[in-house]
Design a protein around this ligand. Structure first.
Ligand SMILES: [Zn+2]
Length: 309
């Protein structure tokens, strides 16, 4: 009780002073479609980011010097997941370790490791994009976090220019639609979001099992979740086994825990495409996260189109 009281007081004190101005762009680039968030969600995101940055133990590894950009970008991406849930769902994560790039670490009996390429047996240990441990640190590669943050920035600048009535090049991000993955296309797709991925594992672990099912609201949600996730996981595995192109990252075939993490990345990064390609999967994720990123992306795009004419 006392701990909670002090924590609440500390958080209030933190918000009493304004957020450093320099943080704002990093916060915006840390999430997809920042402008599409309702204003109440944006200010909640800012509060969560400040708590997250202050409360976690941050460590730059492999010679990486941590900056506000690194901390705020990662914090924003993590906090987006719990924006409509509960900030304290991230409380079990106490440390964030950031490496400059994909890193090679000896196996330390990890619960979950992201194996970069199983066909590289010459690697000592295994190259990892990020990893999540139960009650352990979240480990990330800044190179991969930064790559997707650059895309968020590009999208944001384009949509803002469009709303301002400026001409946009042909590359404006519309619904990408049927862009499918081919077998062996590797872990690196443009919109792989390692922060969403690792923190999805953290949510999954809240009930102490890494089975692709985070704690859900009620029996109805569990029922729908189990049915849809089982079918979708099986479908992805079948497609992958038969060499059929898939919309979801085949990395999700590893196990149900990875499937949930991959689905979460796609849910936030390509919501409209996911809603079209896998409407039931989209619906259970929407009910869990209590967010409808496809609808807000659509509304934002419609607003931009209206402003552009
Ligand atoms: Zn994973």
């Amino acid at each position: 009780m006392l701990f909670r009281y002090f924590r609440r007081r500390r958080r209030q004190q933190l918000l009493a002073a304004p957020m450093p101005l320099a943080w704002q762009p990093y916060l915006e680039w840390g999430v997809p479609d920042y402008d599409a968030l309702p204003s109440v969600a944006r200010s909640r995101l800012a509060s969560y980011v400040r708590w997250f940055v202050a409360e976690k133990h941050w460590e730059g590894c492999g010679g990486l010097e941590l900056t506000d950009e690194i901390r705020v970008t990662i914090a924003a991406g993590a906090c987006l997941l719990v924006l409509e849930l509960d900030f304290d769902m991230l409380s079990r994560v106490q440390s964030i370790l950031v490496y400059p790039t994909e890193y090679v670490a000896p196996d330390r009996g990890l619960l979950i490791t992201e194996v970069e390429d199983e066909d590289e047996p010459w690697l000592e240990g295994s190259a990892r994009l990020g990893e999540a441990w139960y009650r352990g640190p979240v480990v990330l590669s800044w190179q991969d976090v930064e790559r997707v943050a650059r895309l968020h920035r590009r999208d944001l600048e384009r949509s803002r220019a469009e709303r301002a009535g400026q001409t946009i090049g042909a590359n404006h991000r519309g619904p990408v639609g049927r862009q499918k993955r081919k077998r062996g296309s590797g872990r690196h797709s443009e919109r792989d979001n390692v922060v969403a991925h690792e923190f999805a594992h953290q949510l999954d672990m809240l009930d102490r099992t890494v089975d692709g099912t985070p704690p859900l609201a009620d029996r109805r949600q569990y029922k729908a979740w189990t049915r849809v996730m089982t079918v979708e996981f099986q479908q992805l595995s079948d497609d992958f086994d038969h060499g059929r192109p898939t919309f979801l990252d085949p990395y999700g075939t590893t196990n149900p825990g990875e499937f949930f993490a991959v689905a979460t990345e796609t849910f936030f990064e390509q919501p409209r495409e996911l809603a079209t390609e896998h409407p039931e999967l989209y619906a259970v994720l929407r009910d869990f996260y209590r967010q409808d990123p496809a609808a807000r992306q659509e509304a934002c795009a419609a607003g931009a189109r209206a402003a552009g004419h």
